[in-house]
Design a protein around this ligand. Structure first.
Ligand code: PLP
Length: 387
């Protein structure tokens, strides 16, 4: 749709046309499997290796530390099961936070059933973990620390470099989910000091269904997907060549565009935040005001249901998302917002708007033009709002 205003880039991004162009030959003439020896297979294999180099460059890794997967979920799940399994003899304790993505939390639940003890770190009202609490939680049984780089709902950036330092000192595997940061802010595995990291292509203008797990050389992670010998025998399955090529192109473009894009997105984000705060009363910004990824705006509106806001915004051609909209279809409020200490009604009355490279100030002005009226209308009908 031409005049659609898309503000849900944390959910997924549109495919960049240059990325599509790079992918097309591998869906058409170069359809060979990357594991074969004839020319169209070799072309595919060379393209996969070129993509590996491009992704490695984005995060300052070595190409052989990049393993292609089906996306962020698989990369997280692989590490969450693969590290405990490889370190079984050392112990059965894992440290994570209460605001991780379900791709980390659900494996934790399964591991608990298998006898693992999981420490779920609290976060402060801005969504930050406490580094001292993390250090205090470490025992001689701890085999894995998994803390996300930035949260997908509230945009808070966690102190990953500090965590990396502690984990390295103690010799504990540190995994970070950088699905929301890679391609948007610098993600440098050397500076972070992580042993593994997850990236998903469709969050940086690449295709859906492809991502990577970065695994530092020497870090022990048992494989999740046995089968053929692809990906150095660590992740079997015929390569998703077109998807991988798309991810490589997206990584290359992200590296070029990042400084300018982050600056522009931050400008739009701050205009949206201050515009909402000055035009609508009884609102609360969720997430850290400063330690925040450039594209995230998340507000709770007193006395309003997030779902109603989404539908009315959609009627105005604006795509946004709500903190309480769950993939599971349940009406439980977001575990992230509840961990910040919000009341149920506040968590239900939240709206997430995540910006992208094609947004501009006219889009922000349009949101600021329609949102106050929508909130007022819903409040007038709401038994929960009496101010
Ligand atoms: N981790 C985070 C923080 C995410 O935001 C997402 C996607 O929403 C994922 C993991 C899962 O990534 P994918 O959709 O590639 O499986």
């Amino acid at each position: 749709m031409d005049n659609l205003i898309y503000l849900d880039h944390a959910a997924t991004t549109p495919l960049d046309s240059a990325v599509l162009d790079a992918m097309l030959p591998f869906l058409k003439e170069n359809y060979g499997s990357a594991s074969t020896l004839y020319s169209i297979g070799r072309a595919a294999s060379e393209a996969v290796e070129e993509a590996r180099i491009r992704v490695a460059r984005l995060i300052d890794a070595a190409p052989e530390e990049i393993y292609f997967t089906s996306g962020g979920t698989e990369s997280d799940v692989w590490v969450m099961f693969g590290v405990p399994s490889a370190k079984e003899k050392k112990g059965k304790h894992i440290i994570t936070s209460k605001i991780e993505h379900k791709a980390v939390l659900e494996p934790c639940k399964i591991l608990e059933k298998r006898g693992y003890t999981i420490t779920y770190l609290d976060v402060d009202p801005n969504g930050l973990i406490d580094i001292d609490q993390l250090a205090a939680a470490i025992t001689d049984q701890t085999v894995l620390i998994s803390i996300m780089h930035a949260n997908n709902e509230i945009g808070t950036i966690e102190p990953v470099e500090q965590i990396g330092k502690i984990a390295q000192e103690k010799g504990i595997h540190f995994h970070t989910d950088s699905v929301q940061t890679a391609g948007h802010i610098p993600v440098d595995v050397q500076a972070i000091g992580c042993n593994s990291l997850a990236i998903s292509a469709h969050k940086l203008y690449g295709p859906k269904g492809v991502g990577i797990a970065y695994i530092r050389k020497g870090s022990r992670v048992d494989r999740l997907m046995p089968g053929g010998g692809q990906e150095a025998n660590k992740r079997a399955g015929t390569h998703n060549v077109a998807g991988i090529v798309g991810l490589g192109k997206a990584a290359e473009l992200a590296l070029e565009r990042m400084p300018k894009e982050a600056e522009e997105t931050t400008r739009l984000r701050d205009a949206l935040i201050s515009g909402i705060e000055s035009r609508i009363k009884d609102v609360k910004l969720n997430g850290h005001r400063v330690k925040r990824i450039p594209n995230n705006v998340n507000f709770s509106f007193e006395g309003v249901e997030g779902e109603s806001l989404i539908l009315l915004m959609d009627m105005n051609g604006i795509c946004v998302s709500s903190g309480s909209a769950c993939t599971s279809g349940s009406l439980d409020p977001s575990h992230v917002l509840m961990s910040l200490g919000l009341r149920h009604e506040q968590a239900h009355g939240s709206l997430r708007m995540t910006l992208g490279k094609d947004n501009n100030m006219a889009h922000i002005e349009k949101v600021l033009e329609v949102l106050p009226g929508i909130v007022n209308r819903l409040r007038e009908m709401s038994p929960l709002y009496s101010k």
